[in-house]
Design a protein around this ligand. Sequence first.
Ligand SMILES: O=C(O)c1ccccc1N[C@@H]1O[C@H](COP(=O)(O)O)[C@@H](O)[C@H]1O
Length: 220
Amino acid sequence: MAKVKICGVRDEALVHVAAEAGADWIGFNLVPKSPRFIAPHGESVPERLNDLLKVSAEAQLRSVVLVVDPDIAVLKSLTDTVLPDAIQLHGQETPEFVAKLRAAMTKDTEVWKAVGVENRADLEAVARFVSADRLLIDAKPPEGADRTGGHGQAFDWSILRGWAAPKPWMLAGGLTPENVATAIAATGADAVDVSSGVESERGVKDEVLIRSFIAAAKAA
Ligand SMILES: O=C(O)c1ccccc1N[C@@H]1O[C@H](COP(=O)(O)O)[C@@H](O)[C@H]1O
């Protein structure tokens, strides 16, 4: 059965919805430009993050903190009260940076690297990330985008046919309750990630769509 990550959740009630519906991971976005940023109205980022991480742990949901090209010291200070289960690097981080962060974090926190792909060469290049605990295979952002992900765009899943993944991995990019079963069948993914596809409008998560997505992925 595929594992599911619901990303870009900002409120505690939806953490519980995702947990009840059978999600495996919940993602919190620390990218200020994102419509899913956890502190959009000037709230304290450390406080919001700690509250959300605590609620996730209570709900027995594994937590993922999404960051872009972070400063390691700042990231460590943000997560020193409540440890997340994973850090998702979704920027231009190099293999060397991933290794450095892996060494800086305790083994209780996985380090994931997201990579945008559009062809087979992009896919083969992800093998450089030897220190990552998991790879997140996403679409490349559109031309001129101000963010590296979360655009609700899929890539050509056929490039994954026959791919021998060098690490545990997760499929992302443009997944929805309607297409997730097809995506799993086409790619063999055993874990999927969604943000835009479970929103009623950009940045606004929808309880019904979250439930439908998880049910569709688990039934696939
Ligand atoms: O969600 C964002 O705004 C975001 C910003 C910066 C980097 C990544 C971001 N989102 C992640 O992108 C993938 C795919 O998202 P979608 O389902 O296509 O909207 C996923 O991991 C999001 O968490």
